[in-house]
Write a protein that binds this ligand. Structure first.
Ligand SMILES: [Zn+2]
Length: 294
């Protein structure tokens, strides 16, 4: 019989994209969010899109979201993408602050102890995408993945450094600067190519240096969205950006371009905040799009 602790270990879902393997590591399990908390819309609009239920919205029009990271295995490299919120961090928001979750234990159970990670990629530098960059040891923030190169987009780094909100300043101080100080950061361009299979693609709007993480192998394609799209409902409503998107007009343009391309290429879309099934494909529907389970 499973103990309760074992029972709570999430499923380490995996996808194969040609020769590449992607593993999902969930930090915060699926939660229901009244849409107005993140978006300038209400539950009625979500209820109107019946296709969102039951996977992406509930009967009350609340959005279903998660916080999760992906590990890419490509050409001998283990690449951590968007390492979530982290533990012990001073943040505004009850869901985010001073967490003490088992993310690293789960990561190790999935086959990726911290020291095995070779590269860390962040789609952008908001607090829920960089948290496990560091962990608190004896009162100091030290790099969690001490054998890794951490690649930050230069534009994104400059922007993160200049932000003045409480969460942005705290995030820079505890999750970004310590990586620079340890000499593990590399500032790269927003179209940086890691190898033949994995590269960044600029997707500005949510933040100026936001990138998606793209995979191509054996004729198959996948893309990790970061916050370029938060929820599949935005396939039906591509011109709805969150309150937290810095340049909403640009975010909408970027999202439309992404949906057009993902639909044409039938890429596997791995939504950074999408709940199970997390990986979807995009199809056209009337004047917009929908996401469907592959
Ligand atoms: Zn996010």
């Amino acid at each position: 019989m499973l103990t309760q602790a074992e029972n709570s270990v999430p499923e380490f879902k995996q996808w194969k994209i040609g020769a590449v393997t992607v593993t999902r590591i969930i930090e915060i399990a699926t939660f229901a969010l009244p849409p107005e908390e993140w978006f300038p819309i209400d539950a009625e609009l979500i209820k109107k899109h019946a296709w969102l239920r039951p996977d992406f919205a509930d009967e009350d029009g609340r959005l279903l979201l998660t916080v999760q990271a992906f590990v890419i295995e490509s050409a001998g490299l283990k690449i951590m993408v968007d390492p979530c919120v982290g533990n012990d961090k001073s943040r505004q928001g009850d869901m985010w602050k001073y967490r003490s979750g088992p993310f690293l234990e789960h990561l190790a159970l999935a086959g990726f102890p911290c020291d095995s990670i070779d590269v860390v990629l962040c789609t952008h530098l908001h607090f829920d995408h960089v948290g496990w960059n560091t962990r608190l040891v004896d009162g100091e923030w030290i790099p969690t993945f001490r054998n890794a190169r951490y690649l930050f987009a230069r534009t994104e780094y400059e922007n993160a450094k200049s932000q003045q909100s409480f969460n942005a300043k705290a995030t820079f101080a505890d999750s970004i600067k310590p990586i620079l100080d340890a000499g593990l950061a590399e500032l790269v361009e927003t179209d940086h190519r890691l190898n033949d299979e994995v590269w960044l693609e600029p997707t500005p709007g949510h933040t100026p240096g936001h990138c998606t993480i793209n995979i191509s192998s054996g004729g198959e394609k996948a893309v990790m969205t970061g916050d370029m799209i938060h929820s599949p409902f935005q396939a039906s409503e591509p011109d709805v950006s969150t309150h937290f998107c810095g340049d909403k007009a640009q975010a909408n343009l970027t999202r439309r371009a992404f949906l057009t391309k993902a639909c044409a290429e039938q890429a596997l879309v791995l939504g950074t905040h999408f709940p199970e099934p997390t990986g979807v494909r995009i199809c056209q529907h009337e004047a917009a799009w929908r996401a469907y389970k592959p």
